[in-house]
Design a protein. Structure first.
Length: 719
């Protein structure tokens, strides 16, 4: 019923916008803006896919906490951790795809974390400073961007200054979001262009947060040590960047460098504080972008990048009572990952035909070492070391895109466009695989664009899933499974989009995605013992296998409308559903042998065909904003975020025989923000954000707290 009301509101917004537009003349239409999220220049209103552009001014005026919080307000995207303490791990779910099925790029260069369990980047490390725009293309786009581009592809375009001389931008943000919390974030960016051909840019972003207790506190006894020593989880982040460009009449080259450091306080898990558990991460990211235009129709591009990430966490024996007793456990883990990517492109363009061909190479390497010591029940020491294995993977791809306008056949077909994309990839672990996309669109005389897309793609297993050496002492089976196959996805989408000048734009789409060879984490048990009689002695290890088939589908709707010269509004709605089917027939037993399979994610044994009907941490969402500009320098905005009830997971020891994950339904929630933006002059503005006005208590993850009522003040100056 809540979403029915929102859909009705969206419909009324469309009617109001159309009524307003009908009174205006056509020459008030804004010029369309050209972007490159589709790998080649194209009028955004002509692209037959759902694309969102977040501009520099929108980023600056949002007063958002983080990159994750900003993009989680967009249709089809939900970011776990974005409403929690700054610095908490943030994972993205796009169109209900897994968190490793969204591709994140900076200036066209993929960033990831090859040392993580499933090769995903923690979004909390991405800064919102020095960004010209964020380009989000939703849906399967693997044929152009490679592995993992199933749910969405997000390209972060760094800021550039083209005018000669010295230019810069500085801002400071201060705030609080609960008792004894504070946030301080100064940012500075300086650019100097010696001429139209040569320039440099330097910048810094420092964030210091004194936070809330990240876990939900269950201690109520005032005599308890933990009650009197509430754990506060703090966060410290520094970003430094440099950029240089050189331009000539028909070619240019841009070199960029970013250094990232952050330190976060962590906890042991849901409802479990830890005052001595910290993580630090350091990333060095280099990129080179080059362009050479041979003539008006042919150009060449080079996109190259190198990224090195070092991550370490330390849990130094937490104190648990007033006498100084600790849990006598020490854990130290260090991770390193390296990523190198190189891509060359050639583009050919004419009025009714555009062609793109490219060659790319991606190399990822990882290693980690974990040391565990506990004296709680007697000395116990354990070490896992992957550094000496020198694990890496190489992928070489050829790809191409052909965009045709119907006028190439007959002038009467000039409203019809067809985009065809194909990628052939060779991975040194999985061999060759092909992904493709067929994307037709038709534009009516009214400007309404109808589009459809059928696309295929793959998500390769992580190096950890393939080669983790943890071994069961009885069976000898390792956690890593070198026989894993890549997950394959087939996606279909159909939709409409329409832009009527500055007064109204809207889009509506339906999508469905099938993922085969779904990689699941499992327990193994002695198959010679009946399931009800299994005991710990029958345990045969844990590992990853290709098992399930996941089916997700949903509806996305967006509308932006200017009701009059004083009031405008925007609304997006994402409705999603899905399930995973399991069948033990056809399972590759090379690694697991004949052992019985128990799913870690719900404790069920896969001995018959079964289905899991609920998606975890993938809710339906809605975001609404209404903006008032009665006085020219002042804009007041009311922003509402709604997240529907959804399933979350927790470890349940009662799921015999070893314990596994169980699910719990988390309540829906609504968050109201009030924003004020005042433009003092052309060069100076200030903003105030009042967050969570009604101090709503809610959770994104079971057992973890989210920010309470908060206030953030920022000042921005440009020169």
């Amino acid at each position: 019923m809540k979403f029915h009301f929102l859909l009705l509101f969206l419909f009324l917004s469309l009617q109001i916008g159309l009524s307003q537009y009908s009174k205006e003349i056509a020459d008030q239409l804004l010029d369309s803006v050209v972007y490159t999220v589709n790998r080649s220049e194209q009028d955004l209103s002509e692209v037959g896919r759902n694309i969102t552009i977040i501009t520099h001014d929108q980023i600056k005026n949002s007063n958002a906490h983080s990159f994750g919080e900003l993009i989680s307000t967009q249709a089809g995207i939900y970011v776990i951790g974005s409403s929690q303490n700054p610095g908490q791990i943030q994972s993205i779910f796009s169109r209900s795809a897994n968190s490793n099925q969204t591709n994140i790029l900076i200036d066209g260069v993929k960033i990831s974390n090859a040392s993580s369990t499933d090769n995903i980047v923690d979004l909390s490390e991405i800064s919102l400073s020095n960004i010209e725009r964020i380009e989000i293309i939703r849906g399967n786009h693997s044929s152009l961007f490679g592995s993992s581009s199933i749910g969405a592809t997000i390209n972060i375009v760094s800021k550039s200054y083209d005018q000669k001389g010295c230019h810069g931008e500085a801002s400071i943000r201060i705030g609080t979001f609960g008792n004894n919390t504070s946030l301080l974030e100064p940012i500075a960016n300086l650019s100097y262009n010696f001429s139209q051909t040569l320039g440099i840019q330097l910048g810094v972003d420092h964030e210091l947060t004194k936070g809330i207790n990240a876990t939900i506190d269950t201690i109520r006894n005032s005599n308890n040590y933990k009650f009197k020593n509430t754990d506060r989880d703090n966060f410290n982040k520094n970003d430094l960047w440099a950029k240089a460009f050189y331009k000539k009449s028909n070619w240019n080259i841009i070199c960029s460098y970013r250094n990232h450091y952050q330190k976060s306080d962590l906890d042991k898990g849901a409802f479990r504080d830890d005052d001595n558990y910290t993580s630090t991460s350091k990333r060095n990211h280099f990129s080179i972008n080059g362009n050479f235009r041979l003539n008006s129709r042919i150009e060449f591009n080079l996109i190259s990048g190198y990224s090195q990430l070092n991550y370490r966490y330390v849990d130094d024996s937490s104190q648990i009572n007033k006498d100084g007793k600790t849990d006598q456990t020490y854990v130290d883990g260090s991770f390193r990952s390296r990523s190198l990517s190189n891509e060359v492109q050639i583009k050919y363009s004419r009025s009714n035909l555009k062609f793109l061909a490219g060659l790319s190479h991606q190399s990822d390497a990882m290693g980690f070492r974990t040391y565990y010591f506990s004296n709680e029940f007697g000395p116990f020491e354990y070490v896992v070391d992957l550094y000496n294995l020198k694990l890496n993977t190489q992928t070489l791809s050829e790809f191409g895109q052909l965009r045709l306008n119907g006028s190439i056949v007959h002038h009467a077909l000039n409203k019809f466009d067809l985009s065809l994309s194909l990628r052939n990839s060779h991975n040194d672990q999985f061999g060759n695989y092909i992904s493709y996309e067929v994307n037709p669109s038709f534009k009516l005389d009214t400007g309404l664009l109808l589009f459809a897309s059928f696309a295929t793609g793959l998500t390769t297993p992580s190096l950890y899933q393939l080669y983790s050496p943890d071994r069961d002492f009885t069976s000898g089976i390792t956690r890593g499974n070198p026989f894993l196959k890549a997950e394959s996805s087939n996606s279909f989408e159909i939709g409409i989009k329409h832009k009527l000048g500055i007064f109204l734009s809207y889009s509506f789409s339906y999508f469905i995605n099938h993922t085969n060879n779904n990689i699941d984490y499992i327990y193994l048990w002695n198959s010679e013992v009946e399931i009800p009689k299994l005991s710990y002695l029958d345990y045969r290890g844990d590992t990853y296998i290709n098992l399930g088939k996941r089916i997700t589908h949903g509806i996305e709707a967006e509308v932006s409308s200017r009701l009059n010269k004083y009031i405008s509004l925007n609304l997006n709605i994402s409705l999603t559903k899905g399930k995973t089917n399991y069948n033990n027939s056809g399972i590759d037993t090379n690694h697991i042998h004949s052992n019985s399979i128990q799913l870690y994610n719900n404790g069920a044994f896969v001995n018959v065909e079964q289905s899991s009907q609920n998606l975890i941490r993938r809710p339906s969402t809605a975001n609404f904003g209404i903006h008032f500009n009665f006085v020219k320098p002042l804009t007041i905005s009311l922003v509402v975020k709604y997240v529907d009830s959804r399933n979350d997971i927790f470890y349940d020891e009662s799921l015999s025989p070893f314990g596994a994950l169980n699910s719990k339904r988390l309540s829906d929630y609504k968050i109201f923000d009030l924003k004020f933006l005042y433009r003092i002059s052309k060069f100076l503005n200030t903003g105030l954000r009042l967050e969570n006005l009604f101090d709503t208590q809610y959770s994104e993850i079971n057992g973890y707290a989210c920010r309470g009522r908060g206030a953030y003040l920022n000042f921005n100056i440009n020169f």
